[in-house]
Write a protein that binds this ligand. Structure first.
Ligand code: GTP
Ligand code: MG
Length: 373
């Protein structure tokens, strides 16, 4: 029995049956098909050809290679994990400043033009010893996809609205992303130290969108803050933790890690670097990781303060070296055991991508030709 996907090539089939590829091509020819070595065969051809060589085929779904099946965790293995909290909102409404205050850092001051252009991921230990992972998203309208990705990996969203500016387009967008992802929202009305601050106008705008805040008798938690002076930030964090408690967030910390890619790039000195968010399991130096069509052993890991770490657990972000490419942000990653399996899956995915790319290109040219006629 041969286990194949519908997309197997003539060459791959030959390898699986351990015969020269010329025999596959000849067999196809006898069916009236002229195929090349790397051509993908349709299901019927695959079945007929393998039958000729004494094999039965079993088609496995493409999903098997596209999304690695995750086994359900035994409830006994689950332990509490920190909440992942994404800060979202309109450009310049104070997301990075709020996180800077919480982290006692000064990221906002170093940003080009004061605009966040990527997702920052920070693990913060609060005064009461509880830990939260914060994701800082860009507010600029150009970064819709990043906000959407932030909303997808998060447990809770802080939607920040500047009291001197009220609800703006990317505020609405952020609320929609969080709602679409089914993520609980805590509103932060920021910049209340400014002379033009009008927090009630913000509450009113939210009410008009059907988001009635608690202090007005609704169900949404809301906190006025000033990131500049740190006013009420503690109260905001308490509300976030309350929300986290209700979610009873748990994960199995003792298995191979799975999680999501926050971002990845090619660094001149260090090769491919990727910021990952571990969602379950424990990621260790030396682990074999597969993400999209890229893979590699983790060579080194660094926390957000650029300190080397040996392992990270659920809800923790980490920067890793060692992948052989830059997987797309939002892509899942898995720690795997079998190197051959990893390479096979990565190659399959690459091939499919290439093919889809080619199809897309073809489509464009045909389209253009059509238009010319
Ligand atoms: P993007 O990431 O580009 O969307 O912006 P952001 O939401 O991260 O805003 P950022 O924290 O960079 O703050 C924008 C500007 O507002 C900066 O000049 C901050 O100093 C200022 N700011 C932020 N929070 C406060 C606040 O509570 N009070 C006052 N007065 N200024 C603030
Ligand atoms: Mg920012």
């Amino acid at each position: 029995v041969l286990k194949v996907t519908e997309f197997v090539t003539a060459n791959e089939m030959a390898n699986m049956m351990d015969i020269p590829v010329t025999q596959i091509i000849a067999s196809c020819m006898s069916l009236g098909l002229f195929v090349s070595i790397n051509q993908r065969l349709d299901a019927e051809t695959i079945a007929l050809v393998s039958e000729e060589f004494g094999y039965k085929v079993e088609f496995v779904s493409l999903e098997l290679i596209d999304s690695i099946q995750e086994e359900e965790d035994d409830p006994a293995t689950l332990k509490d994990r920190p909440a992942i909290v994404t800060v979202m909102g309109h450009v310049d409404h104070g997301k990075t400043s709020l996180l800077d205050f919480i982290r006692k850092a000064d990221v906002a001051a170093d940003e080009a033009g004061g605009i966040t252009q990527h997702i920052g991921a920070y693990s913060v230990k609060l005064e009461n010893d509880r830990q939260i992972t914060f994701l800082d998203t860009p507010g600029h309208e150009a970064f819709t996809a990043m906000r959407a990705r932030g909303a997808q990996v998060t447990d809770i969203a802080i939607i920040i609205i500047a009291a001197n500016d009220s609800v703006m387009p990317q505020t609405v967008e952020a609320i929609n992303h969080a709602s679409a992802a089914g993520v609980p929202i805590v509103f932060a009305i920021s910049k209340i130290d400014l002379p033009g601050a009008n927090p009630d106008k913000v509450r009113e705008s939210l009410a008009n969108m059907n988001y009635l805040v608690e202090d007005w008798g609704g169900k949404y938690q809301c906190q006025e803050v000033s990131a500049k002076h740190g006013t009420n930030v503690k109260d905001l964090l308490e509300k976030v933790l309350l929300e986290a408690d209700m979610l009873e967030l748990k994960a199995n910390p003792d298995k191979g890690a799975v999680g999501s890619v926050i971002e990845s790039t090619l660094d001149k000195g260090r090769g491919y670097v990727a910021t990952l968010l571990v969602q379950a399991g424990r990621l260790k130096v030396g682990d074999l990781i597969l993400s999209g069509s890229y893979y590699g052993h983790v060579k080194a890991m660094f926390n957000e303060r650029n300190q080397k770490v040996e392992s990270v657990g659920p809800s923790e972000p980490v920067l890793i070296l060692g992948l052989n490419g830059a997987p797309q942000a939002g892509e899942k990653f898995h720690v795997m055991e079998n190197e051959k399996e990893v390479k096979d899956i990565a190659n399959k995915r690459q091939q499919l991508q290439r093919e889809q790319g080619m199809r897309a290109q073809k489509h464009i040219t045909l389209d253009e030709i059509g238009r010319r006629i």
